[in-house]
Design a protein around this ligand. Structure first.
Ligand SMILES: Nc1ncnc2c1ncn2[C@@H]1O[C@H](COP(=O)(O)OP(=O)(O)OP(=O)(O)O)[C@@H](O)[C@H]1O
Length: 462
C-alpha cells in the first residue's frame, strides 16, 4: 500500500519545520500548510490519509477545518495538536473521530507513535524506517540505551530547525554536551556557540552579559561590551540554569523572542539578531513557575522541543559503556596501560545511584586510574566512603501493588485513579494507548481526568 504525504497544518513556521524534520527522519513524507485556506488546497491536491491539525489557525478553527477536510476526504485520520490543553477540547476532538490529541510541546517519539497508530488503524502495525533511532551517538555523547537513542534521534531532528530547545536533567547528566552537539549538527555550526550561566552573578551583571551595554553598538567599542545575544548572532545561545534568570532579564529575553531584536542597556537602537536558543535546567521548570520564579509565557516560548536527560542510574548498561571509555581515556592521559573493570566493580557501578551523574563517575574513575597500578580495577579500589555516603535512593517512580495492603488502605476510586495514572505513564502520556491497554474508550479516561482536574498530556514533571 502506498501512503500519501502527511499534511501538517500549523501557523507557526518553526513548528512546521520541526514536525516535518521529525517525521521525515522517521521515514514519512510530509506537506505543510499554515492556514485553513492553504490546508484545503493541499488536501484537494494530495488527499492525505493523515493530517496533523493545529486547533488555532489565523483564518479559522482546527475543528471547523477538520469538518471541511472530511467533506472531500472522508477517510482522513486527523491528529489534533494544541498548545492549550483542555479536557473539553480533547473530548470534542475525540467525538469528531480524531486519532490522537497531542499537547505542545510535542515529544518527537510521541509524534511518530501517533502517526504509526493512525496508520495502523489499531490493527496492522506499519512501522516506518526508524533508522535514526539506531544511529550512533552524537557529539561525543556515549551510551546506547534506548533512552539515549531516542535522545539522539530528537537531537538530530531538531538540529535542522531553529526551534528553541529546553534540556532538563540532574546536574552532570550532559546538558551542556547535548547543547553543543545540537549546535555542531545545525546548519549554523560555523557560527558561534555562546554559553551563559544564568545563576552565577548579580542581576545587573547578568543583564549586561546577556544584552550588552549601549556603547557596544558603536563600531570603535571593545567587543567585550557586546551582549551574549549579539555574540551568538548566526549561531546558538546556550542559557544554562535558565530558571535562575532574574525577572528583569526574563522580561528582556521574552521581548527578544517576540521581536528578534536586542536593545542593549542605554541604547535606543534595536539590533536585529538571529540566534537559536537552547536552554537547560536542573530544576523542574514547572515547579519554578509555580513558585513564581519563572514566567510561564517565557517558558512556553522556550519549551518548543523538550529533551530530558535521564539520570545515569536510569541508563542501564550505559554506565559500563561510559566507564570503560573513561578508563581508557584517563589511562592514555596518564601514560598507563588501560586497566579492565572486574565483574564486581561493574556490578557496583551498576547498582550505585550516581547523584553527581557522569561528572561523579568521571572523578571516581580518574581517581582509580591514577591511584592503582594493576591490570584490573577491583571493587576495593573504588572510594567506599563515597558509596557509603550516597546509598541508592528508594525507587519512587513505579508504584508497586500488594493487593492486601491496597485493599486495606484505599478506596475503590483511589485504586482506579492509581491504575489509570500508571497506565498513562507506561504509555508515555498517550491517552489512546493507555485506553487500549485498559480496554476502555479514550473518552472514558478523558472524563476521569477532567473529574480529577488533571491536564490530558503536558510536559512531564521531573
Ligand atoms: N553521554 C555522555 N558520554 C560521555 N561523557 C558525558 C556524557 N554526558 C556527559 N558527559 C561528560 O560529563 C560531564 C558533565 O557533562 P555536562 O557538563 O554536559 O553536564 P550538565 O548536565 O551540563 O552539568 P551541570 O548541570 O553540572 O552544568 C562533562 O565532562 C561531559 O563531557
Amino acid at each position: 500500500m502506498t501512503h500519501t504525504p502527511i499534511l501538517i497544518i500549523d501557523d507557526n513556521q518553526s513548528h512546521l519545520t520541526l514536525y516535518s524534520a521529525i517525521l521525515n527522519d522517521a521515514g514519512f513524507s510530509t506537506v505543510t500548510a499554515a492556514t485553513v485556506k492553504e490546508a484545503l488546497e493541499v488536501n484537494r491536491q494530495t488527499s492525505p490519509q493523515i493530517a496533523l491539525v493545529d486547533l488555532m489557525l489565523p483564518d479559522g478553527s482546527g475543528h471547523d477545518l477538520i469538518s471541511q477536510l472530511y467533506e472531500t476526504n472522508p477517510n482522513l485520520k486527523p491528529i489534533v495538536t494544541t498548545a492549550y490543553a483542555s479536557i473539553d477540547r480533547a473530548v470534542e476532538a475525540m467525538r469528531m473521530g480524531v486519532s490522537d490529541f497531542l499537547v505542545k510541546p510535542i515529544n518527537p517519539q510521541i509524534l511518530v507513535d501517533a502517526i504509526i497508530n493512525a496508520r495502523s488503524g489499531g490493527s496492522q502495525t506499519l512501522r516506518p524506517n526508524l533508522g535514526p533511532l539506531d544511529a550512533p551517538p552524537l557529539g561525543g555523547l556515549l551510551g546506547s540505551s534506548a533512552e539515549m537513542k531516542q535522545i539522539y534521534a530528537t537531537m538530530r531532528a531538531v538540529s535542522g530547525s531553529d526551534a528553541s530547545v529546553f534540556i532538563t536533567g540532574e546536574n552532570g547528566t550532559g546538558k551542556t554536551m547535548c547543547a553543543k552537539a545540537i549546535h555542531a549538527l545545525s546548519p549554523d555550526t560555523d557560527g558561534p556557540f555562546v554559553a551563559v550561566h544564568c545563576g552565577s552573578r548579580s542581576a545587573a551583571a547578568l543583564g549586561a552579559e546577556l544584552f550588552g551595554r549601549g556603547s557596544a553598538v558603536e563600531p570603535h567599542v571593545q567587543k567585550s561590551n557586546i551582549g551574549a545575544l549579539q555574540k551568538a548572532d548566526g549561531g546558538t545561545l546556550f542559557l544554562d540554569e535558565i530558571c535562575d534568570l532574574d525577572a528583569v532579564s526574563q522580561a528582556q529575553l521574552l521581548e527578544f523572542l517576540k521581536t528578534s531584536n536586542v536593545t542593549p542597556n542605554d541604547s535606543a537602537e534595536p539590533i536585529p539578531v538571529k540566534t537559536r536558543i537552547i536552554c537547560a535546567s536542573s530544576k523542574s521548570p514547572l515547579d519554578c513557575i509555580s513558585a513564581g520564579k519563572l514566567r510561564a509565557d517565557l517558558y512556553y516560548r522556550l519549551f518548543v522541543v523538550p529533551i530530558h536527560l535521564p539520570p545515569l542510574r536510569d541508563r542501564g548498561l550505559d554506565v559500563i559503556e561510559i566507564a570503560e571509555a573513561m578508563v581508557a581515556r584517563y589511562a592514555a592521559k596518564e601514560n598507563k596501560p588501560t586497566p579492565a573493570l572486574s565483574k564486581d566493580t561493574k556490578a557496583l557501578l551498576l547498582s550505585y545511584a550516581w547523584p553527581g551523574n557522569i561528572h561523579e563517575l568521571m572523578n571516581v574513575l580518574w581517581n582509580c586510574v591514577v591511584v592503582n597500578t594493576g591490570p584490573m580495577i577491583e571493587e576495593h579500589h573504588l572510594p567506599k566512603s563515597l558509596l557509603d555516603t550516597f546509598p541508592r535512593p528508594q525507587e519512587t517512580t513505579t508504584p508497586s501493588f500488594s493487593l492486601g495492603d491496597v485493599v486495606a488502605s484505599k478506596s475503590l476510586l483511589e485504586i482506579e485513579r492509581e491504575i489509570i495514572e500508571f497506565a498513562i505513564n507506561r504509555a508515555g502520556g498517550s491517552i489512546p494507548k493507555a485506553s487500549k491497554a485498559l480496554d476502555v474508550s479514550p473518552s472514558t479516561i478523558y472524563r476521569k481526568l477532567e473529574t480529577w482536574g488533571r491536564p490530558a498530556r503536558g510536559p512531564r514533571r521531573q
